[in-house]
Design a protein around this ligand. Structure first.
Ligand SMILES: Cc1cc2nc3c(=O)[nH]c(=O)nc-3n(C[C@H](O)[C@H](O)[C@H](O)COP(=O)(O)OP(=O)(O)OC[C@H]3O[C@@H](n4cnc5c(N)ncnc54)[C@H](O)[C@@H]3O)c2cc1C
Length: 345
């Protein structure tokens, strides 16, 4: 006896307010819940949805919705986390795109497979993590990446992509360029190397070592420290709408940096291995006097100038207006163009 697949879970005129961490108002013409590769293929083959434009949605924590979405929104809900295999030098863990990122990190720590602890508490889904090569506290997704499965939104074909095809960079990957809007990530595999080595070369973590006297923390301790640091610094989107860091840290040449230091000796900067210099975007914004300011119903977070927040009832257009004003004043004072980190729709 053959069993029929369950019908596609389709919702017309779906509110996206609950599906974006900024809490911005927007309505999707059609929202389809995706629980498997087969669901993506059924959308591709669907007489109404197949040729329509698509927007892939994870947790909506890196999105600024400026209008209603006249596209088929694919809400990623592919489940599952498992240890795929263990080798002499790594644990290979696989997770469905719809799993919450932090749930995955917690699961790996609970099961004794360390390596993702510095990325604890980053909001959003597993499937979106490769899109901008998420990173925090000295670790990026690419440092723990094995491969991913994706489905082509035109042909419905499933493919496995290796790291070199993903072209990971600072908050960047092929999914923001040639594959943007063209393929859906359904599963991601991680290589968690053995023996585990903590990554502690970050000022906040060095402070924790000094405070606690624990010089050789285990992975759970690092995980707890990261959660505590993030809770003290970043607004909880469940309380204040936001999308985390709103701008990327700009990277300049050594010469440009020397020039800026000549004018602003205090500027926070980090030399990079390739000789370039990363500037702290939050410092640049703060230096222009934006911290705590409000424009319309959008504002700049009091504790961290890099985070824009919804003060209550803001629209995406108000957030974008504030972001442009910040870009202009940073450019006016430092000659540096800040680039937004979230995807603006
Ligand atoms: C408080 C806060 C703190 C944050 N801190 C960090 C941080 O420390 N480091 C960091 O890197 N980021 C951080 N972010 C940003 C955000 O959490 C990450 O970018 C996260 O990976 C977004 O996941 P999401 O599921 O919410 O993606 P969404 O916002 O739903 O989508 C983001 C983009 O990815 C695409 N996409 C989503 N899922 C898929 C999929 N399965 N296949 C293909 N494309 C897909 C979407 O179309 C969109 O273009 C923070 C955000 C917040 C709100």
């Amino acid at each position: 006896m053959t069993t029929q697949p369950a019908p596609l879970a389709v919702q017309q005129r779906a509110s996206l307010r609950e599906h974006n961490s900024f809490g911005l108002p927007a309505v999707a013409r059609t929202l389809v819940r995706i629980a498997s590769d087969a669901d993506v293929r059924r959308v591709v083959d669907h007489p109404d949805f197949g040729r329509a434009p698509k927007l892939v949605l994870g947790g909506g924590s890196n999105l600024v919705l400026t209008r209603d979405v006249d596209a088929v929104v694919l809400k990623m809900e592919v489940p599952g986390i498992r240890l795929l295999r263990e080798t002499d030098d790594a644990w290979i863990v696989e997770a469905g795109a719809g799993e919450t990122w932090h749930t995955l990190v917690q699961w790996t720590i609970d099961h004794g497979f360390p390596g993702l602890e510095n990325l604890a508490l980053i909001p959003g889904s597993v499937g979106a993590a490769p899109v901008q090569n998420i990173g925090a506290y000295g670790v990026e997704l690419k440092d723990r990446f094995e491969s991913l499965d994706a489905v082509d939104l035109v042909t419905g074909r499933s493919v496995t992509l290796e790291p070199w095809i993903c072209a990971f960079g600072y908050r960047d990957s092929v999914f923001k360029h040639s594959l943007a809007g063209k393929s859906v990530i359904t599963r991601v595999r991680f290589r968690l190397p053995k023996p585990w080595q903590p990554v502690l070369g970050y000022l906040d973590l060095e402070r924790k070592i000094a405070e606690t006297g624990i010089t050789q923390p285990d992975a759970r301790t690092v995980f707890d420290w990261i959660c505590a640091i993030r809770r003290s610094k970043l607004p909880d989107p469940a309380v204040i709408g936001n999308a985390g860091s709103f701008f990327k840290n700009p990277v300049v040449t050594e010469e440009q940096c020397r020039d800026i230091i000549g004018r602003d000796p205090e500027i926070v900067h980090y030399p990079m291995p390739d000789g370039s210099v990363k500037l702290a975007a939050g410092w640049l914004i703060d230096a222009c006097g934006w911290k705590g300011k409000t424009v319309g119903r959008a504002g700049v977070y009091e504790k961290q100038a890099l985070v824009l927040v919804n003060r209550g009832g803001a629209t995406g257009a108000e957030v974008v207006t504030l972001a442009r004003a910040i870009q202009e004043s940073v450019y006016g004072r430092f000659g540096i163009r800040l680039e937004p980190e979230p995807v603006i729709v």
